[in-house]
Design a binder for this molecule. Sequence first.
Ligand code: GAP
Length: 514
Amino acid sequence: MTQEELFKKLVAHCKEYGFIFPSSEIYDGLGAVYDYGQNGVELKNNIKRYWWDSMVKLHENIVGIDAAIFMHPKTWEASGHVGAFNDPLIDNKDSKKRYRADVLVEDWLAKQQEKIDKEVEKARKRFGEQFDESQYLATSPRVLEIKAKMDAVHTRFAEALNANNLEELKQIILDCEIVCPISGTRNWTDVRQFNLMFSTQMGSTADGANTIYLRPETAQGIFVNFLNVQKTGRMKLPFGIAQIGKAFRNEIVARQFIFRMREFEQMEMQFFVQPGTEMDWWKQWKETRMAWHRALGFGDENYRFHDHDKLAHYANAATDIEYNFPFGFKEVEGIHSRTDFDLGRHQEYSGKKLQYFDAERGESYVPYVVETSIGVDRMFLQIMSAAYNEEKLENGEERVVLNLPAALAPVKVAVLPLVKKDGMPEVARKIVDELKYDYNVVYDEKDSVGKRYRRQDAVGTPYCVTVDGQTLEDGTVTVRHRDTMQQERVAIADLRRMVDEGCSYAALFKKMKA
Ligand code: GAP
């Protein structure tokens, strides 16, 4: 199965099992907007909890807030979003399809890297055990030729982006002979800037309505509350403010399911530090955030850092944590050193001082900020991509299983009476009642036990508990484990401890430290 086929199956699975539906589907949906179903919302809430607790509970010096989506319009002038929150777009005149010019060049660069990787693999096969990869990379004329071409384009690309040079961006696309994937032609328009913020009107026109924006990032709600939190929480530098909330962007190239949406959710944390210490904190947060991802157990090799060529208007250093999605390594999270740009600008635009009095240094200053910013939906897609597996079983049957970290699974336990009689449903209901205050538990008595297992595998339920004849005699049940499919007899009295241990967030947090 190709990665593309796998991804299609994943999208279909998300719908079939109540994870994600297209928004307003009965009206044929709305582009790049999605709804979360009964299992999706549980998984999403668990992801948010994993993030929130890792920030607010694990750090004494990080607190949370929940700011409004609507903000004073000046916020977005100060933040630079009105002037600079743009995507460079280019149209193919034949297919009439619109693309992000920077993404076309990035894809071209990735293709060159793939060519080098292929050359390396060919050489490895040719030379066998004696193969020395670094020597080959340093000496192969073919590799050196591709590398030189890549480096030259890379330099031009970074310069063009940083200088906002749209003509040069188009020239790079022409020079690299990039074609439209639909029409196959190089008949391109000029590159234009397109602002990504949604706007609406607040108040009636008679009153003089104001144009306001749906926030394109949650971060600004944190910046404008910096002093409120610092003063009321008596926070001392360094300290952080965390927030989870909706953000909106009029994405032009919205594709790959929930990877790029127009309405999405962010989990952002702004960490306020002394000027001059930001690079150390930036490095530290890179490591902490990478450990958070890796603790989920989807394979360290599937994550990597990607440092930015083009820094956003507010940053002096930025990296992405990328995950190896079925469509390649792509950004899941950004870690940005935002300097004093945001607080400085809000100070300037509001006329209010946004400074911290440092008692030790005996002076006031605008703190610097290191930000960690991750999309809930993108993290959801990352987890689903990693967890979705099709397995061939020993008996020849197949199963689709979501190997979700147990703490994140939408349903923790399914309780299944073997038959709908002999008092088994009553005992099963009692088990549900005992666990339901702490866990999302389901009761299922329909179909054969085998079919019920398959249904639970498909939504990633870690434990299936079967009540059978023996239960009525000795108070034990069969617990079937999702990943190994192994079964064991467990006393009903021990079930809670088993679920507590298996589904705890603490176990994930401890892995972060290891
Ligand atoms: N406050 C900084 C900021 O917003 P960003 O790199 O534009 O930075 C941060 O966004 C994260 O938000 C991304 O790494 C991604 O996970 C998520 N994100 C951004 N745009 C998105 C979109 N259109 N759909 C889904 N998630 C998105």
